[in-house]
Ligand binder design. Structure first.
Ligand code: FSO
Ligand code: SF4
Length: 526
């Protein structure tokens, strides 16, 4: 096997025996096969118009191959079959053609992994970016939102991964992933806010009340809504986990009185946090770690998330098995007070672009009056590798007159800290899930407009943490927008070849994180 798509890849170069994430060599091979089939399907759309089924199959297939989504070989095989069927729908009889033209065959991913390192690097950026973007497109689709340009670009991008071999073509496509991902995140933002209302600030307790409960993790708000509906008046409380925390800010979700609070921290702590939990956990997306035997019977998956021998909730979205498990386990006998990693007993969320921009005048005034000296976007994924406490220390050391905007699961490193307020706004503001990077971009652009300058001229620094492929598409969006001097950690992606890394350093000033002290000094220009 060969896989180097995430931050925890073996030896910082690539997993070759089995995945650090728990993915087996067989699963990795099947995921390559699936990707090769998707490239074949994308190629078939060159001369045959794609259908709704084509797009859906591509989006699902790409999402399936993201880190910590599917460990289930049977499910991946079904996805490969579905991809072949989608191609058959486009070009009937193609598979049994006596004079194969070679234009619709599955692509062999070994060609990519064994390619020249710069070509491989650019193609990896495109492929991994497309995988991340597919997750966002999938969530939007679940709420009934689609965009033709986004859908078509999945085909275009996959085609280039398979069949384009010049740096001149691949480099602009890398940036185009960022451009289209911005549209995709805008689509999901629209889908989320039109479906559930504009997020407003919410204080979320970390206490779990006595009695039966269900923990919901992942990014899919539709799944949470359906579960809230199905558990109404059943004496079961619902707690968010990981990337589901921002759900508490959406008016149409927080109206459910049994959506009580948040349990646990970021994904990499799940094996510890779920071990003794008297409740089931529902995974709506990544990041799923292989469940330990001690709690495997309490893990439920849905959508493309899958693990062998755990109960999967299918398209009918009948959560009865999860509900029955919650009632059977019964929850805690007494209220349990949990804390975040810094000892805080509550967290805040809901500072999306709607909220921040509604007080934009106040923010601009505070900057002009010298009450706010700097903004930091400290955002991205959490992970298991040592060194990620950099982000906790960084936030703790930021000047008292600075604001920290955050999003995605990396915030659990510091979101229970109380760093005080500036002009009635908390110094740490959680903008939402990783896809809400769209909101952070809106805020940055609005501030730049208000000050009559470019985003790079604002007193705003990007300090990002990455783990999996959604972080790749977001990074490409920031590059597409011309954002410079991003600090990236905890380590740089293994799929950046030295030449491609040089290109990013020279053109965008991307730099690896060092120490909080050094980076703060550099970013504040001291
Ligand atoms: Fe985290 Fe996992 Fe949102 Fe990712 S839970 S690591 S970037 O899936 O998607 O932030
Ligand atoms: Fe390794 Fe990450 Fe790939 Fe898993 S997803 S096999 S940990 S590189």
């Amino acid at each position: 096997m060969f896989c180097y798509q995430c931050e925890q890849t073996a030896g910082c170069t690539g997993c070759t025996q089995s995945g650090v994430c728990g993915k087996s060599a067989d699963t990795a091979r099947l995921q390559d096969e699936l990707t090769g089939a998707l490239i074949g399907l994308a190629r078939a759309t060159e001369s045959n118009p794609a259908t709704q089924n084509t797009y859906q199959t591509i989006i699902e297939g790409l999402f399936t191959t993201i880190t910590n989504v599917s460990f289930d070989d049977d499910a991946i095989i079904r996805q490969i079959e579905k991809t072949h069927a989608a191609k058959e729908e486009l070009v009937p009889g193609c598979g049994s053609c006596g004079a194969p033209c070679g234009k619709t065959e599955d692509y062999d991913m070994q060609q990519l992994w064994n390619d020249n390192e710069d070509i491989r690097s650019l193609k990896s950026l495109i492929l991994f970016g497309l995988r991340g973007m597919a997750a966002y497109a999938y969530h939007a689709q679940m709420l009934g939102y689609q965009d033709d340009e986004v859908n078509d670009f999945f085909c275009e991008g996959l085609f280039k991964v398979g069949y384009e071999n010049t740096m001149e073509e691949l480099l602009p496509t890398v940036l185009k992933v960022g451009e289209i991902n911005l549209k995709c995140m805008a689509l999901l933002d629209k889908a989320n806010t039109e479906s559930y209302g504009t997020p407003t600030p919410a204080v979320v307790p970390l206490t779990v009340e006595k009695g039966p409960f269900i923990v919901v993790t992942g990014h899919d708000l539709k799944d949470l809504e359906l579960l809230l509906e199905q558990t109404k008046d059943k004496g079961i409380n619902i707690y968010t986990h990981g990337e589901m925390l921002p759900a508490h800010a959406y008016p149409k979700l927080k109206k459910y009185p049994h959506l009580k609070g948040n349990f646990g921290t970021a994904w990499q702590n799940q094996q510890k946090e779920f071990a003794n939990l008297p409740a089931p956990a529902l995974f709506t997306t990544n990041c799923l770690m292989p469940p330990k035997a001690s709690y495997a019977d309490r893990v439920f998956t849905t959508e493309v998330v899958a693990f062998p021998d755990t109960v999967h909730i299918g398209e009918d979205k009948d959560f009865t098995p999860v509900i029955e498990k919650a009632l059977e386990l019964g929850g805690f006998a007494e209220d349990m007070e949990f804390t975040g990693i810094n000892g805080g007993n509550k967290v805040q969320t809901g500072f999306g672009h709607g909220t921040i921009l509604s007080v934009a005048d106040k923010v601009v005034e505070a900057v002009k009056a010298g009450d706010i000296s700097h903004f930091f976007l400290v955002a991205g994924c959490d992970g298991a590798r040592p060194g990620r406490n950099y982000y906790t220390e960084f936030v703790k050391q930021t000047p008292k007159d600075s604001i920290i905007l955050t999003l995605a699961c990396g915030k659990y490193r510091f979101n229970d800290l109380d760093l005080g307020e500036i002009g009635g706004l908390p110094r740490i503001m959680d903008m939402g899930q990783c896809n809400d990077a769209y909101g952070a971009i809106q805020v940055a652009v609005a501030l730049a407009d208000a000050f009559g300058c470019g985003v790079n001229d604002l007193p705003l620094s990007f300090v990002l943490s990455w783990y999996e492929q959604k972080a790749v598409c977001i990074l490409l969006t920031l590059l597409h927008l011309g954002i410079k001097n991003i600090r990236l950690g905890p380590s740089l992606p293994a799929f950046l070849s030295p030449n491609i890394l040089n290109f990013l350093v020279e053109n965008y000033g991307i730099a690896p994180i060092t120490t909080p002290e050094e980076d703060l000094k550099a970013l504040l220009g001291k």
